[in-house]
Design a protein around this ligand. Structure first.
Ligand code: NAD
Ligand code: LMR
Length: 339
């Protein structure tokens, strides 16, 4: 499956030259927050993706420069910059995939939930525009707190009458990217071969890597698995502290966002067996949204895959995360319905 090969697929794209575009459908991708720390390198990676024919870069400021710069790259997509609310509709119109890395990042000492007050409103207004200008697009939500911003988006779409649960995704790919890297490092396994599903949500203990299902197998001790789990859960904080006030993960996030958007595009284009972990509407637990492996297809989510067998430690982690994730989901739903 492409879950197995997802990390290497983007580098294949990046190194492939002289690809033909005849058989590749036209696809428009919009990046909202495109002048930001994630937005710029993500825009670059999307410009390098041959599945994209049009790239719309939207932000409240700075996008003309980013768009002019990226547009000089001799790859397939046409690039256009859009700035300010009056150009948001044009940026979104005709989009197949909308990626949202708009909003403020953490500083040391903050939780992702501390971003709620600012980012909830940003996400709400962007999603209102999506429901108006490209209601059929797949939405890739990066803005934090993802555990709440995805439910906010769902509520906005429901109110507008455009909600399709198959088309809304919280991007948790960075958790998978980290789990793979840390597992490969600890187990001394070639990282390109490694796969680790990560389920739950995208904040602290709600991030649950399933190292018992990691491939290839390694003989790590229980203590090592606990340490790897904690490092994956705290991966974002590790970067926030190292950046010491200058924001959170941007480059690794751009990479992860590009992998996930590529998977969405492949699914839309009818490639079979495209599987990535994502935070989606779900019935595999008691919670209305949950991250797990998801099969992507022509209409977005084709199937939400189950959790598979869990170790005792993972089952315990699952029980512990449910109340926190539930509260974050409810906070998002409440915000969307009150404001
Ligand atoms: P940043 O401050 O560098 O960039 C954010 C951009 O959003 C800025 O350019 C800003 O102008 C823009 N923006 C603000 N309001 C907007 C609006 N209404 N419409 C369009 N654009 C708007 O921040 P960053 O480091 O790029 O992080 C962005 C978000 O992504 C943060 O919320 C961060 O927590 C989140 N994040 C999520 C993950 C994840 O794994 N899901 C990983 C890293 C960061
Ligand atoms: C991450 O996981 O790096 C992001 O969610 C950003 C953060 O605040 O940690």
């Amino acid at each position: 499956s492409s879950f197995t090969n997802s990390t290497s697929s983007i580098s294949t794209h990046l190194t492939r030259r002289g690809y033909g575009t005849e058989s590749v459908p036209e696809r428009k991708v919009a990046v909202l927050g495109a002048a930001g720390g994630i937005g710029q390198p993500l825009a670059l990676l999307m410009k390098l993706n041959p599945l994209v024919s049009r790239l719309a870069l939207y932000d409240i400021a700075g996008t003309p420069g980013v768009a002019a710069d990226i547009s000089h790259i001799n790859s397939r997509s046409e690039v256009a910059g859009y700035m300010g609310e009056e150009q948001l509709g044009q940026a979104l119109e005709g989009s197949d995939v909308v990626i949202i890395p708009a909003g403020v990042p953490r500083k040391p000492g903050m939780t992702r939930d501390d971003l709620f007050n600012i980012n909830a409103g940003i996400v709400k207004s962007l999603c209102t525009a999506i429901s108006k200008y490209c209601p059929n697009a797949l939405v890739n939500m990066i803005s934090n707190p993802v555990n709440s911003t995805v439910p906010i988006a769902a509520e906005v779409f429901k109110k507008a009458g455009t909600y399709d649960e198959k088309k809304l995704f919280g991007v948790t790919t960075l958790d998978v990217v980290r789990a793979k890297t840390f597992y490969a490092g600890k187990g001394k396994i070639p990282v390109a071969d490694v796969n680790v599903p990560v389920v739950g949500g995208h904040a602290g203990i709600t991030i649950l890597p399933l190292f018992s299902q990691a491939t290839p197998k390694s003989n790590l001790s229980d203590e090592e698995i606990v340490a790897l789990t904690k490092r994956t859960q705290d991966g974002g904080t590790e970067v926030v502290e190292a950046k010491a006030g200058k924001g959170s993960a941007t480059l690794s996030m751009a990479y992860a966002g590009a992998i996930f958007a590529d998977a969405c595009l492949k699914g839309l284009n009818g490639v079979s067996d495209v599987v990535e972990c994502s935070f989606v509407q779900s019935s595999i637990t008691e919670l209305p949204f949950f991250a797990s492996k998801v099969k992507l297809g022509k209409n977005g989510v084709e199937e939400v895959l189950g959790l598979g067998p869990l170790s005792d430690y993972e089952r315990q982690g699952l029980e512990l995360l449910i109340p926190e994730l539930k509260a974050s989901i409810e906070k998002g739903v409440k915000f969307a319905n009150q404001n």
